[in-house]
Design a protein around this ligand. Structure first.
Ligand SMILES: [Zn+2]
Length: 161
């Protein structure tokens, strides 16, 4: 039996190409590191794309979990948010309002109020320290900029008698 070989055909052009460029989606020759269309580094762009997809998935999962949290857990998370005064204040207010509305739901949220209060005090202390530091940095920056833009009185180098 004789095998019939396929007649010589031009090489399949698509076989020479690998996956499309992760940035511009145009075909890229297999084995290339730099896209000839947009100039991006293909491995870097592919890794960044995977990272962005992972972050998006994690954010969606976290948002879903946060929305699924009911009552107590959400109030505790709000009470523990650092450096912000609003969320712990809101958590304390929500806990007190919830207790007033339905006292049978649980005991008075003493610990939550203590934790939220401590968090508020710590946040305010941190901001008072940080504000002094930030103001000093701004003053130093302004002084440097002023010295750069407005030359102060120059000390004469040569004196003519
Ligand atoms: Zn590209």
């Amino acid at each position: 039996m004789r095998t019939v070989l396929a007649p010589d055909r031009p090489p399949d052009r698509r076989a020479a190409f690998g996956a499309p460029c992760p940035a511009c989606r145009l075909p890229v020759r297999a084995g290339r590191l730099v896209c000839t269309s947009c100039g991006c580094l293909i491995p870097v762009e592919a890794a960044a794309g995977r990272f962005r997809r992972s972050v998006r998935i994690l954010a969606a999962v976290a948002a879903g979990r946060l929305l699924a949290l009911r009552g107590e857990a959400l109030v505790w998370i709000m009470a523990l948010v650092p450096l912000l005064v609003g969320p712990p204040l809101a958590a304390a207010a929500l806990a007190v309002m919830r207790h007033r509305r339905d006292a049978r739901a649980g005991p008075f949220p003493t610990w939550l109020l203590v934790v939220a209060g401590a968090n508020i005090v710590l946040s305010l202390a941190m901001w008072s320290v940080l504000s002094v530091e930030i103001l000093q940095q701004i003053q130093a920056g302004w002084q440097g900029l002023r010295d750069l833009l407005i030359p102060s009185q120059r000390v004469p180098v040569f004196r003519y008698a």
